[in-house]
Design a protein around this ligand. Structure first.
Ligand SMILES: [Zn+2]
Length: 236
């Protein structure tokens, strides 16, 4: 076997590891890396908070349905001077259900529609890995938040994380953000878990173990994204 053939074999069998994903909508307001960014930031989970959660993955634009009031909430945030960073687990990539280009296109359409309604998305961070990959970027781990904080000079202690799942709260707390649970998407179930109606929940136990037994009492629970944003603006 010649050297060329050996190299060819090794190239075809070894695939590059997937890195955490970042999509930045084309916008003049996006700062260069390292540029000081002082705008307060709201991190928002995507499915079940901005758009309707589906039993199956959202694989194309026709399956992306904005939750009522979410575009208005994003417009209110822009008017109030907040920047918005979307943080989403997208195992769809490693599972081969979506290409990075298709996911970027979905996020481009989402960002466009949000802009048309008066809002703005500064960036979308996504974890492309399956849960079994045990990566640092899949929520409940805070990897994506830490990446965003570094890239956009975000003060995590001044930031909120709005999500519909306890793993969102966990990621937010782990990164030092102030988390808010919304009851859209899977949030009703998460709220019940949080209130102890489902004792023995692994997520609540993990939260309590990591952040203290009274953690569930300190976490705001709101109806939806609009309700959460109004809460944030009222408590500035
Ligand atoms: Zn990941």
């Amino acid at each position: 076997m010649s050297i060329t053939e050996i190299n060819l074999t090794s190239f075809t069998t070894v695939s590059a590891p997937l890195l955490p994903g970042l999509f930045v909508p084309v916008s003049p307001e996006v700062p260069a890396p390292g540029q000081v960014q002082t705008r307060p930031t709201i991190f928002i989970d995507r499915d079940g908070v901005i758009n309707q959660n589906r039993k199956e993955h959202v694989l194309n634009w026709s399956e992306f349905q904005f939750i009522e009031g979410s575009k208005k909430a994003l417009a209110l945030l822009k008017q109030a001077g907040y920047q918005v960073v979307v943080v989403t687990n997208q195992a769809t990539i490693e599972r081969g259900l979506l290409t990075v280009a298709q996911l970027d296109q979905l996020h481009r359409q989402m960002a466009n529609e949000i802009e048309m309604a008066g809002g703005q998305v500064t960036a979308v961070y996504y974890c492309p890995h399956r849960p079994e990959a045990n990566c640092d970027c899949r929520k409940p781990r805070p990897g994506l938040l830490l990446e965003a904080a570094s890239r956009f000079q975000i003060k995590l202690g001044d930031s909120w994380f709005i999500g519909d799942h306890l793993t969102d709260l966990e990621a937010g707390l782990a990164a030092g953000c102030k988390p808010i649970l919304v009851q859209t998407g899977r949030g009703q179930m998460a709220a019940e878990e949080l209130q102890g109606l489902q004792p023995g929940s692994a997520s609540v136990s993990r939260l309590a173990l990591k952040f203290g037994p009274s953690v569930s009492l300190r976490l705001p629970v709101k109806a939806d994204l609009l309700d959460a944003v109004e809460f944030i603006l009222a408590n500035r």
